[in-house]
Design a protein around this ligand. Sequence first.
Ligand SMILES: Nc1ncnc2c1ncn2[C@@H]1O[C@H](COP(=O)(O)OP(=O)(O)OP(=O)(O)O)[C@@H](O)[C@H]1O
Length: 383
Amino acid sequence: MTASVVLDSVNKIYGARNPRPIYAVRDFSIEIAPGEIVALLGSSGCGKTSTLRMIAGFEEVTKGEIRIGDRRIDALAPAQRRVAMAFEGYSLYPPLTLRENIAFALKAEKLDNAETARRVEEIARLLELGPYLDRYPSTVSAGQQQRASLGRALVRKAELYLLDEPMGQLEPQLRAVLRGRLKRYLREHGLTAILVTHDQTEANALADRIAVMEGGVLQQFASPAELKRAPANLFVGTFIGEPPMNVYRVKPTVADGRLSLSAAGAELFGYAPGTVSDAVLDRVRGREEVIVGVRPADVRVGASGAPAEVVSNQWIGDQTHLESTFPGGVIVATIQDRFRAKAGERIHVDVPADRLHVFSSEGSALSHGRELAAPRPAERVAA
Ligand SMILES: Nc1ncnc2c1ncn2[C@@H]1O[C@H](COP(=O)(O)OP(=O)(O)OP(=O)(O)O)[C@@H](O)[C@H]1O
């Protein structure tokens, strides 16, 4: 029932023979394990829908290979691929009720009426569609149509489920509930699924691994936690996480084991000898410039660190969003408690060494968080 999926150097060029072809997907390669839930995440136009449509068979693969289990599928007709897809644009049959639309997807399985009815009811319960099953698509809301489209995909038996922005039209509360149920359903049935979304909350909540895309190119394929802990490059670092990572171009100076990160002659962050590992000092030593990334939750506001001035301070019900200026420019901090400081007030900001992300001046990752901190004495001995 479940299958692995391989995309091997998949490319999509629209209008390859036109004077200005559009390179939508470039050498995209991933391997998905049976039963794994993967999200394709990226901003509008990054190529995620083209990728999904190539897997479904609605777009031709310009170059590359797609395999489900041990079958190569990229040259097969959509119906032969054993793939079920829920469309962002719903594509329900207008003359059929939602119940008939969902049941229609089961036609090929040649089930008896009772089993068809049972499967439709099960999916309708999962997606809270019960009360609308006997209505026509034109008489229900966009969110209800979207859920019916999702139901039509999930009710089928397939080797792979493709979900294109499956919850885009739902209100936040229902979205959160259905996300949980959808994940449980996919898990319980051991289904392999690829989901397209531009919403990182959705990707984080549903996916085992996320493929972050930009400009048709895969930037990183990793678990939600790994994307946060060790972004492969500056794009992933700033794209993942809310509010976004603070970013500064700095000059690193290493003197007597002390690391100083400065901009325009002023020190933004300084680390005493022994607080940064030798490996990291070696990686930054001698570079004219590196880029440091600091997540807002990792900024410490207190008595030590760089001098800063509060620009705005907002309590958003469960945390404080504090925006300040300091020698690096603007720094945004999130603080779990209520932090009382008015605009114009002077504070200090600091970032522990084990929270800093360092990228080369071209944006590739040099080191992250924990590896920045020096090993503790016991670990040194063990090493
Ligand atoms: N049928 C098409 N013909 C020509 N260009 C296309 C076609 N479909 C998509 N494109 C282009 O290919 C690129 C990738 O589009 P795609 O729809 O795959 O991105 P996306 O990440 O899914 O965006 P969105 O979230 O807005 O749907 C874009 O530049 C888009 O304009």
